[in-house]
Design a protein around this ligand. Structure first.
Ligand code: SDX
Length: 430
């Protein structure tokens, strides 16, 4: 038996198979189980894929035990301190940090693709004013493929790149227009002279009737939050994009599927759910009651913004956002009582045996909503901002999947637990 193999023995039949062990740059080795069913006639079972690597990827690495997050090998803490969102987009998509010339060209491309087709603008009038902006995002992003027939050859690297540029550039415009529609204001067009995050805030908050000055502290905070949300390995929405894309659907349809998956409160919808939870808790005196509810198996209440499938340590992004929340609130609107409640909740939970034993720490969503709220961004737009930021991760992961020579359509199997085969019974005999 080779050192680079794993032997599986089926004790029920005595059959065994040697399977290859594969080693990556960082992280656990993986066993390639491709020959398990052909050789032993059995499937693996891993509900929620807690121990399953769905693909090889060179984009993002997470060490959940150590609280490490690398984008193309660079620690998130360094990128958060030294980079900006569009430079991180370049790094994620092309795999290397850009030279000045490459960066300027890339920023120019994104800037010039930020407008949306006027036909798309008319979509918004079809949505009910009370529509959740995430429902508009799912619809409008999915419909982008109806406008770009010129670049939908999924195996053409240039078409992949054009689609990536269009998505990175247009998501903020589509998102801000979703917000404007929900408050009955006209869509604001992007301004090429504004940097990416400032352009988004201008489209969100300016009105035709008045001048508007973007708050530079807010623009910097948004740019940093976008960096922190840009990619995160094979999370639920990214896995959705990969699976949808594996059928050779166009990238806009695949990203629209990812937006739908992100919306759930167990995933990207948690940032909206955290604020609703903190509003319900209201003051620190109520915290013990809610912590007790979160521990009570009979109660469906969970501490939103706590826990993570991979991080069994403090989410490195949450650490950065927590610091930013404190600084931003201190420099702008003054301490928000909600931040006090959040920090008290964190303090109590991290001392509680239930959370310690289960390694439940604040995740990226625990503090981000407090910052968005301090900037006047409405709660129902929080997950939309997550979607804007994650678009680069989704389209990069989609490109990596599509470009994989060994690409096959994703098609998991199952353990069937339904009725045994039986014959149809005439109605009168039932
Ligand atoms: C994101 O995957 C990613 O990378 C996602 C993300 C990204 O960037 O793409 O990081 C973004 O989605 C962050 C997570 C946002 N979601 C939330 O904050 C929602 C609240 N958190 C939980 O729903 C939960 O922690 C999950 C969904 C995040 C993770 O769930 P797991 O890994 O499936 O954990 P689990 O359900 O197996 O829980 C293990 C134990 C259970 O108790 P026991 O059965 O062992 O007694 O921990 C408990 C759970 O009941 N638990 C919680 C809890 N989270 C887990 N108990 C109370 N409050 C919580 N938040």
């Amino acid at each position: 038996m080779g050192k680079d193999t794993v032997t599986i023995i089926n004790n029920a039949t005595g059959q065994q198979v040697e399977l290859p062990l594969m080693r990556g740059t960082h992280g656990p080795d993986v066993v390639d189980i491709g020959q398990l069913y052909p050789k032993l006639g059995i499937f693996t079972y891993d509900s929620g894929f807690k121990s399953t690597a769905s693909c090889k990827s060179g984009i993002t690495f997470i060490d959940g035990e150590q609280g490490v997050l690398l984008y193309r090998g660079y620690p998130i803490e360094q990128l958060a301190e030294k980079s900006n969102y569009l430079e991180v987009c370049y790094l994620l998509y092309y795999g290397e940090l850009p030279t000045k010339e490459q960066y300027d060209h890339f920023v120019g491309m994104i800037t010039r693709h930020s407008m949306i087709n006027e036909g798309l603008r008319h979509f918004y009038s079809g949505f009910h004013a009370s529509a959740h902006p995430m429902s508009i995002m799912v619809g409008v992003v999915g419909a982008l493929s109806a406008f770009y027939h010129d670049s939908l050859e999924i195996d053409n690297p240039r078409h992949q790149e054009i689609s990536a540029h269009r998505l990175i550039a247009k998501l903020p415009t589509i998102a801000a227009a979703s917000f404007k529609h929900s408050i009955g204001q006209p869509m604001v067009y992007p301004k090429n002279k504004l940097p990416y995050a400032a352009n988004f805030l201008n489209m969100m908050f300016s009105v035709p009737a008045d001048d508007y000055e973007v708050n530079p502290i807010h623009a910097k905070a948004i740019d940093l939050l976008f960096i922190l949300h840009a990619d995160h390995e094979q999370n639920a929405s990214t896995s959705t994009v990969r699976l949808a894309g594996s059928s050779e659907a166009n990238p806009f349809a695949a990203i629209s599927a990812g937006i739908g998956a992100l919306w759930g409160p167990a995933h990207g919808g948690a940032n909206e759910a955290v604020i609703k939870m903190l509003e319900e808790i209201k003051d620190a005196a109520q915290i013990p009651k809610y912590v007790a509810r979160a521990k009570d198996k009979a109660d469906t209440f969970r501490l939103m913004g706590f826990g993570h499938r991979v991080y069994k340590n403090y989410d490195p992004r949450a650490k950065i956002i927590r610091k930013m929340a404190y600084e931003l609130l201190a420099t702008t609107s003054g301490n928000d009582p909600m931040l006090e409640v959040a920090m008290k909740l964190e303090e109590l939970a991290l001392k509680d045996e239930y959370f310690i034993q289960r390694k439940l720490y604040p995740n990226v969503d625990f503090y981000s909503g407090i910052i968005y709220k301090a900037m006047g961004i409405p709660v129902n737009m929080f997950t939309v901002l997550f979607a804007i930021a994650r678009t680069i991760g989704w389209i990069t992961q989609w490109k990596e999947m599509i470009s994989d020579e060994g690409r096959v359509i994703g098609r998991p199997r199952q353990l069937y637990t339904g009725a045994a085969q039986r014959d149809y019974l005439a109605m009168e005999k039932r």
